[in-house]
Design a protein around this ligand. Structure first.
Ligand code: ATP
Length: 704
């Protein structure tokens, strides 16, 4: 991206620093309950344990000592760090000079013995007014995230900017904060402040209605510090209130391109006094076919030389770069915290891959949730609106969100999910971008998405602001060829897992059921005890067995059903057909099978896959026919049941249209050379994978 006249922050030291910060944050999150420490500030930056980056921490000594800290990046003004007399701005003092990074300077007190961590990204190091700092503090934010720290001065100075960071790393505040600070000093803004009928100073374009509401919420909350009026405009809502708000006068308009264009064409929006325009999630706007709308809107700005344009995105496909060069000034800054070589998806997310066909989804999802959601919220992504509705109707504690649902209902659903009224949201990609919902622990993607960017954004709904999360991608053998492309383009290796084993699920379910039992007051004993006596008298089971059943019931489990290993279906069992000579293709294996069993029985087989050595064919059979398969034998062929999957050959790509559609790019290459390695992982996950070797597939029937 950087070209002539372009300043760029894009170096490996910086990227490492960013990774370290978020690693520290994750460690701290785990420890904070036990050992609360106030350090970096902010909900996600409150604490750095003693293992924090050496450049940012210091142990207090007994003697007096002044410490100057290095400017964390080339984007930050270094002038201040050269001077020990760094000028401290008084609260609410107008920012009339060149913005500068204030240097942390620590006077040591002899009485202080604890160690202290000093953060160059502390809010107090930036030209942020006292009123805005107070607002940040109410959200627990005392330090900026890297993308915010590294873009603040550039934006404040008036530069156009392209900002790129992984999902959940705070890109919204990266533009909200410097815009608010700049506006608070802007002569025109001050002159028009509060006037009836004033035209907006800021225009923010976002791809979805949900994201528009979220960004609007941030501007409204933080903008209160400078008396800002913000309006949110999007399709599906009536024009009247939006136009009335504009007529009364606004400072910030946040909206989706379609509605903004309509308002411009109806003379309901005037961009004459616009000072900032922001494209958030620009790649998705273009993906969603908003290209013409966006160009029309950007073209409406008459005096583009006096307008600052900011473009933020987690991913930066080639054509977004083109947009940047067309609509941003030649001299612009680029802050890229993702880089070309590094993992593009969030590092704080475990990326799991689980074989699961369409038929098994609804059965498997509750077990995946029990196993991986840690009691938090789950978002399930489907490819189509129909799939979302269908799946939603089969999952009791879920609600559905997609584009065919009336806007008012979409808002109610999202608000309910945010506030924890229900724990599972089944959604199409309307929820993939930008949505920031607290405590989403698990993302399930029902099949590989149409492109890698979508995978990154969906999985990025968890593991936000330094927290951890799990993303599970379901795939069937027909779509396995897409996996290596996701891994290559997103820059990580999936952990391959099978359907959660009953023992795995039972452990977590029983633990919480036991906790619930212990919490029950003794006052229930006189009432329930007689019923226990009757139960014991009438049952052949021991008291311990009955208690075990009671725990299972409390956990909502009434039955354990085995699941097949290949397609995760509960009424199927996985077997292997072994031969002395290799099966060269799956159809060769089918032919051999037909020598042992009638054709109508063989037709019921699912997921035929060959072992790495070609001497075995693994497939799922209906459990009620298992005995027929196990007893079928020939001198050179035998069938046995499997408890875990052996290493399998990857399926070859079926269609080359995948690559041609441009989905995953790269010309739709084959999955050749890559192999399904169930029960084993990439070297980086080997430890965890071997433990999961016990996953053999299975599931529970739920009683509630
Ligand atoms: N400096 C900060 N300290 C603590 N929390 C922060 C800070 N900045 C932002 N956050 C929180 O981090 C979360 C993620 O922020 P945000 O939604 O802006 O991320 P994003 O980079 O835009 O993600 P996405 O790419 O998914 O849209 C939000 O809950 C936000 O309140």
């Amino acid at each position: 991206m950087p070209g002539p006249g372009t300043a760029s922050v894009e170096n490996s030291a910086l990227l490492n620093e960013v990774d370290e910060m978020f690693d520290e944050l994750k460690k701290k999150k785990k420890k904070e309950k036990k050992n609360p420490t106030v350090l970096y500030g902010g909900e996600a930056m409150e604490s750095l344990e003693p293992s924090s980056p050496p450049s940012q921490k210091k142990t207090k000594k007994k003697s007096k000592e002044k410490v100057l800290f290095e400017d964390p990046s080339p984007a930050l003004d270094k002038s201040a760090s050269k001077s020990k007399k760094s000028k401290k701005r008084k609260p609410d003092e107008p920012l009339d000079s060149e913005p500068e990074l204030k240097v942390s300077k620590v006077e040591q007190s002899e009485s202080e013995e604890s160690s202290e961590v000093i953060n160059p990204y502390a809010v107090s190091n930036f030209r942020i007014s006292e009123a805005l700092r107070r607002k940040l503090k109410t959200k627990g934010i005392e330090a900026l995230f890297p993308i915010q720290a590294l873009t603040f001065n550039a934006i404040f100075k008036g530069n156009d900017l392209v900002g790129r960071a992984r999902t959940g790393q705070g890109k919204t505040l990266a533009f909200v904060l410097p815009i608010l600070e700049s506006l608070s000093l802007d002569v025109n803004f001050k002159r028009l402040h509060g006037q009836y009928g004033r035209a907006p100073s800021v225009l923010v374009l976002v791809p979805t209605r949900e994201l528009a509401k979220q960004v609007h919420g941030d501007f409204e909350f933080y903008g209160e510090a400078i008396g800002l009026k913000t309006v949110c405009v999007y399709g599906g809502a009536p024009y009247g209130p939006q136009q009335n708000a504009m007529r009364r006068g606004v400072d910030v308009v946040v909206g989706t391109p379609g509605r903004i264009k309509d308002l411009l064409q109806r003379d309901g929006l005037n961009l004459k006094t616009i000072k900032f325009r922001v494209l958030d999630e620009a790649d998705e706007m273009l993906n969603m076919g908003f290209v013409d709308d966006v160009e029309l809107i950007l073209g409406h700005v008459e005096d583009a030389a006096n307008v600052q344009t900011l473009l933020f995105s987690a991913t930066m496909p080639e054509w977004v770069k083109k947009i940047a060069s067309k609509f941003l000034k030649d001299v612009k800054e680029t802050v890229d915290l993702v880089g070309e070589e590094k993992m593009k998806a969030s590092c704080s997310v475990r990326h799991l891959l689980l074989p699961c066909g369409r038929a098994a989804r609804a059965q498997l999802i509750p077990d995946v949730i029990s196993c991986y959601s840690s009691g938090g919220r789950t978002i399930i992504f489907t490819e189509t609106k129909n799939d979302a509705s269908e799946l939603g109707s089969s999952l009791p504690s879920s609600r559905v969100l997609h584009g065919d649902i009336a806007q008012a209902q979409r808002e109610v659903t999202l608000a309910g999910f945010r506030s924890g009224k229900f724990p599972v949201l089944v959604a199409t990609d309307v929820a993939a971008r930008g949505l920031d919902i607290n405590d989403v622990q698990l993302i399930i993607q029902c099949e590989p998405s149409r492109d890698v960017e979508t995978y990154i954004h969906r999985s990025g709904r968890t593991g936000r602001a330094g927290k951890t999360g799990v993303s599970v991608l379901f795939y069937d053998r027909m779509k396995e060829y897409m996996i290596p492309t996701i891994e290559r383009k997103a820059g990580f290796k999936f952990e391959r897992v099978s359907a959660p084993h009953p023992a795995e699920i039972a452990r977590s379910a029983c633990a919480s059921a036991s906790e619930k039992v212990v919490q029950v007051s003794d006052s229930v004993l006189p009432i329930f005890r007689p019923a226990v006596d009757v139960l014991l008298q009438n049952s052949d089971l021991s008291a311990a067995d009955l208690l075990a059943k009671a725990l299972a019931r409390i956990a909502g489990l009434t039955d354990v059903k085995k699941r097949s290993l290949l397609t995760s279906q509960s009424d199927f069992t996985t077997v292997i057909l072994q031969s002395e000579r290799p099966f060269y293709t799956p159809s060769y294996a089918f032919s051999s099978l037909k020598r042992l069993l009638p054709e109508d029985v063989v037709e019921k087989v699912k997921g035929m896959s060959l072992t790495m050595d070609g001497l075995g064919a693994v497939f799922d059979v209906p459990s009620d026919l298992l005995n027929s398969f196990l007893s079928a034998k020939a001198t050179d062929l035998s069938i046995t049941q499997l408890d875990s999957l052996p290493e399998l050959q990857a399926r070859q790509e079926r269609s080359s249209s995948f690559g041609r559609r441009g989905g995953y790019g790269g010309g739709g290459g084959r999955a050749s050379g890559s192999h399904a390695r169930f029960g084993r992982g990439s070297s980086q996950h080997q430890g965890r994978q071997s433990r999961r070797g016990s996953f053999g597939g299975g599931g529970f029937r739920r009683g509630r």
